[in-house]
Design a protein around this ligand. Structure first.
Ligand code: ZN
Length: 282
C-alpha cells in the first residue's frame, strides 16, 4: 500500500515518529511525508533519508502558511492542514524563498513539490482576502516554476478554490503533473483535473459519508491515489478525533473497494502503482 500524503513530520508525531514509520513499513505501507512550511519540509527530507526505502518527501508551503504583507511573521505553532486553524493569527507565516526550496527539492528523496496550492476556506474573520488570494496564486505559480525546473510532480492542496486552481494549471502546466490531494469536489470537477493528467487524492473524508460515493463509482482507479493526511482525518470506523497514521490508509482503500464492488487488494495494488509511477519510485 502507499500513503501518498502523510505528515509524520508534524509535531503530533514528535515523540514517536520513527515507531509510526516502522509500523507502517512492517505492514508494507510506503509513505510520502509532505511539508507545509520550511521546517516541516526539512523534517520530511530527514525522515526520508533516515530510512533506506519506503519513505520519501515532498517540500512546499501550505497556502495557509504563506506570508501576506499586512500580517506580521508569527512564531511557529501548530501546522494544520485540513483541520481549520483557530484564526490565521495563530499560524506560522512564511515568505517563499525559491533558492532555499530549490536546494531541498533537488534532494533525491524528494519526489514532489508540495503541499502547495490555494485555500480560500480559512477566511473567517480575516481582512484583506483579495490580497491573500493574489499572494497564494503568485506563490503557487512560483512553485510550479520550481517543480518544472527540478522536473518533479506536485502535491496540490485546494479548498474552496477549484476554479482558480484549474485556471492556473491550464495556463501554467506542471510538466510532470501531480495530484490534487484530499479531493472534496464533485465527479464533474474531478474529471476536469483528470483530463489535464492529474491524479485525484482520496483520504478519510470519503469514509465519513456517502457524499463521495458517486465520485468513487465513476472514477477510474488508474486516476486515484490514496492517502491519510495524518495526523488529521482519521478514517471511519476509527474514532475521528484520534490521531491518524499511515497504516490507516487501508480504511480508505476499503471504502473504495466497497463502493466499487471490487477486491480491496486490487484497490491497494493499483493505487500503489499509480503513486510509484507518478513519483518515479521503483
Ligand atoms: Zn496535508
Amino acid at each position: 500500500m502507499f500513503d501518498s500524503h502523510a505528515h509524520v513530520n508534524f509535531k503530533a508525531f514528535k515523540d514517536d515518529g520513527d515507531d509510526v514509520i516502522k509500523r507502517s513499513l512492517e505492514s508494507n505501507t510506503f509513505i510520502i511525508n509532505v511539508g507545509s512550511q520550511y521546517s516541516t519540509s526539512q523534517r520530511a527530507v530527514e525522515y526520508a533519508q533516515k530510512f533506506e526505502t519506503g519513505v520519501w518527501a515532498a517540500v512546499g508551503i501550505h497556502p495557509i502558511h504563506i506570508k501576506v504583507k499586512s500580517e506580521k511573521l508569527k512564531v511557529e505553532s501548530s501546522t494544520p492542514s485540513q483541520s481549520p486553524p483557530q484564526g490565521r493569527g495563530e499560524v506560522y507565516f512564511e515568505e517563499f524563498d525559491y533558492g532555499e526550496y530549490k536546494k531541498l527539492a533537488e534532494n533525491e528523496k524528494v519526489v514532489a513539490i508540495g503541499e502547495v496550492g490555494l485555500d480560500y476556506h480559512h477566511f473567517d474573520g480575516v481582512t484583506g482576502i483579495s490580497e491573500i488570494k493574489e499572494k497564494q496564486k503568485k506563490v503557487l505559480k512560483e512553485f510550479i516554476k520550481l517543480a518544472n525546473e527540478v522536473k518533479k510532480p506536485m502535491a496540490i492542496h485546494c479548498w474552496d478554490a477549484y476554479d482558480d486552481l484549474f485556471e492556473i494549471l491550464r495556463k501554467n502546466p506542471i510538466e510532470k503533473r501531480g495530484v490534487v490531494h484530499s479531493f472534496i469536489g464533485s465527479w464533474k470537477t474531478a474529471q476536469k483535473f483528470i483530463e489535464m493528467g492529474y491524479k485525484i487524492g482520496l483520504n478519510g473524508i470519503i469514509t465519513y459519508s456517502e457524499s463521495y460515493d458517486k465520485l468513487i463509482r465513476n472514477i477510474d482507479l488508474k486516476d486515484v491515489l490514496i492517502e491519510t493526511d495524518c495526523p488529521y482525518l482519521n478514517p471511519k470506523p476509527l474514532p475521528r478525533e484520534d490521531r491518524n497514521e499511515p497504516i490507516n490508509v487501508k480504511y480508505v482503500a476499503r471504502k473504495i473497494s466497497e463502493v466499487k464492488g471490487i477486491e480491496i487488494d486490487e484497490v491497494e495494488r493499483i493505487t500503489a502503482e499509480n503513486a510509484k509511477k507518478l513519483f518515479k519510485i521503483r
